[in-house]
Design a protein around this ligand. Structure first.
Ligand SMILES: [Zn+2]
Ligand SMILES: [Zn+2]
Ligand SMILES: [Zn+2]
Ligand SMILES: [Zn+2]
Length: 112
């Protein structure tokens, strides 16, 4: 059975539809947006996550403007993801996460 590739919503690269992440831009949600805290699917424009109640808008740490909790700031394009500091994990995490959603280790904030 041929599987039809689908475009990553972040970079447009066509990837396998069962991919867990995009090999081109490293996105962990290539076909939709995920809540950065509970990793459940969210819709762009929702104000809070219906599963965990997390606000889905935040101030960009670079430009200070409000942006949806996606991988890059909607306003200035800065990456909102940081890599888990656990050397055996290294999964990209939303910058506001205090714990890695993959390995559970604490994440040091990049905020000054
Ligand atoms: Zn991509
Ligand atoms: Zn959530
Ligand atoms: Zn920004
Ligand atoms: Zn981790």
């Amino acid at each position: 059975m041929a599987s039809y590739k689908q475009p990553c919503i972040h970079c447009g690269t066509y990837i396998e539809p069962d991919s867990r992440f995009c090999p081109s831009c490293q996105s962990q949600s290539p076909f939709g947006y995920l809540c950065p805290a509970c990793l459940r699917p969210i819709q762009k424009g929702q104000s809070i996550c219906s599963a965990c109640g997390r606000p889905l808008f935040t101030a960009c740490p670079v430009c200070g403007k409000q942006t949806f909790v996606q991988e890059k700031c909607e306003q200035c394009g800065a990456s909102l993801m940081i890599r888990c500091q656990n050397p055996r994990c290294g999964v990209l995490q939303f910058f506001e996460n205090t714990k890695c959603t993959a390995c559970g280790k604490k994440i040091k904030s990049i905020k000054k």
